[in-house]
Design a protein around this ligand. Structure first.
Ligand code: SF4
Length: 197
């Protein structure tokens, strides 16, 4: 059984600002809808699905100090895609916040540690995304993306990573990793396993 988080949000409400909430037609980067200054979310007990699946790393981490609370850093860090992705969403009023040494050093460390296990780390300012490189090469500026666009990433022989962004999924179309890779013209390397007979 997992230990329930013991941290509380306090006066932080930054996720309400930086997140896209499609169910409420709330764009990224703005306070709107059910957010009330000084109160926070007014529909917390009946929040939409998008808010319910959001996993704030500061809340989940027993070791992140109060100084790293999202409203103090101006960056919301979250675990996404079943743990395969870490997103650092900067407050658009402080777009360089993800580059401050305290945040960037942590993102780079997670990128290095996670890459061999298929976990990637991304910085975001509204819909602008960067893939944090797992090595000393430059991070990949992916540009402004459509939230419905799948993308694939790979590492070249020299260690550089690249990202291919595909056209947005059509209405009703669901994400299929194999189809996404085929559309991008990328075939994962085949692993040869020696016979043991
Ligand atoms: S960003 Fe994290 S700490 Fe801040 S309000 Fe959202 S869940 Fe709470």
């Amino acid at each position: 059984m997992t230990t329930p988080p013991t941290k509380i949000c306090g006066s932080c409400s930054l996720c309400c600002k930086v997140m896209l909430v499609e169910e409420l037609q709330k764009p990224q980067g703005v306070w709107r809808g059910h957010f009330k200054g000084g109160v926070g979310c007014s529909i917390h007990d009946s929040h939409p699905y998008s808010c319910g699946v959001f996993q704030c790393l500061w809340i989940l981490s027993p070791t992140m100090p109060i100084q790293a609370r999202p409203d103090r850093l101006k960056v919301v860090m979250e675990i996404d895609d079943g743990g395969k992705r870490i997103l650092a969403r900067a407050d658009p009023d402080h777009p360089g916040a993800w580059r401050q040494p305290l945040v960037y050093g942590q993102l780079k460390q997670w990128a290095r540690d996670g890459w061999p296990h298929g976990r990637t780390v991304w910085a975001m300012v509204n819909r602008h995304m960067w893939l944090i490189s797992p090595n000393e090469h430059a991070d990949v500026d992916v540009g402004v993306t459509d939230p419905r666009s799948p993308f694939v990433y790979q590492q070249g022989p020299d260690g550089r990573v690249s990202v291919t962004v595909l056209p947005p999924l059509a209405e009703g179309e669901t994400y299929d990793p194999d189809a996404t890779m085929a559309k991008a013209g990328w075939t994962p390397p085949k692993i040869s396993i020696p016979r043991r007979d």
